[in-house]
Design a protein around this ligand. Structure first.
Ligand code: HPA
Length: 240
């Protein structure tokens, strides 16, 4: 592996992570996912409170670790997992704010692509790049959704550096261009995976709407995403 372990931000041993890592933003959500869905799980990271666990989903080894908030943070963890721990697939399981009037709280969006205002593409000399999901992961999750009769909306996300932005016309402008929802990590995750020849996908539950102003509490956000988790876990189960 290209990176020496333990890495600066992950205090785990070789083999502590499964090939597929589910990645919520919130460390407590990582803990919740391990406790709720995995069997025989053990904690493999706690550096800076970024909780990580590895266990089994229906017999398949799966890890879950938080990304923290924002593209600099997810870039660090994705890099160290891919390059230090031999992880092949990262599925972000997060929340996003709707930019599309037809998306309701609790709806699931899947990022086929992720537009961004981040400087990260430029730092790689890739201004104008279109960060996109890995097609195998995207297709596997969408097939699973169809099999379960669960509605998912697939399209463009906007990965923002700012939660509290300053443009009052933001939702209208990006919504008009067909961008479904805003979150803060997918574009950097997609770019990191592409650059390292790995695979990534971002799935988000709508937690608020920038169109209607609706919001959910932090508590609702932690638990209101069970459907999304099952989709992500069933996808992880099918991946090699
Ligand atoms: N903006 C950015 N990220 C988010 C939002 C939002 O409104 N909702 C959930 N993640």
């Amino acid at each position: 592996m290209a990176l020496k372990i333990p890495t600066p931000h992950i205090n785990a041993k070789a083999g502590d992570f499964a090939k597929t890592v589910l990645m919520p933003g919130d460390p407590l959500r990582a803990k919740y996912i391990a406790e709720t869905y995995l069997t025989d799980y053990r904690q493999v990271n706690s550096v800076r409170g970024i909780l990580g666990y590895t266990g089994f989903y229906k017999g398949k080894p799966v890890s879950v670790m938080a990304s923290g908030m924002g593209m600099p943070s997810i870039s660090i963890y994705a890099h160290e997992l891919f390059e230090g721990y031999g992880v092949e697939n990262i599925i972000r399981v997060g929340t996003a704010g709707a930019l599309n009037k037809d998306l309701k709280i609790g709806d699931i969006v899947v990022g086929m692509g992720a537009s961004t205002n981040s400087a990260i593409p430029k730092e790689y000399g890739l201004s104008g790049v279109a960060p996109i999901a890995d097609y195998t992961l995207l297709n596997t999750l969408c097939s699973e959704a169809a099999a379960q009769n669960k509605k998912v909306t697939v399209g463009n996300l906007f990965s923002s550096d700012l939660f509290y932005g300053s443009d009052p016309d933001f939702a209208n402008k990006w919504g008009r261009a067909g961008v479904l929802a805003v979150e803060m990590e997918a574009a950097a995750l997609y770019l990191k995976a592409a650059l390292l020849n790995k695979r990534a996908l971002a799935v988000c539950t709508i937690s608020d709407s920038l169109v209607t102003g609706e919001t959910t509490s932090a508590e609702q956000r932690q638990t209101a995403f069970n459907d999304m988790m099952i989709l992500a876990l069933e996808t992880a189960k099918k991946l090699n």
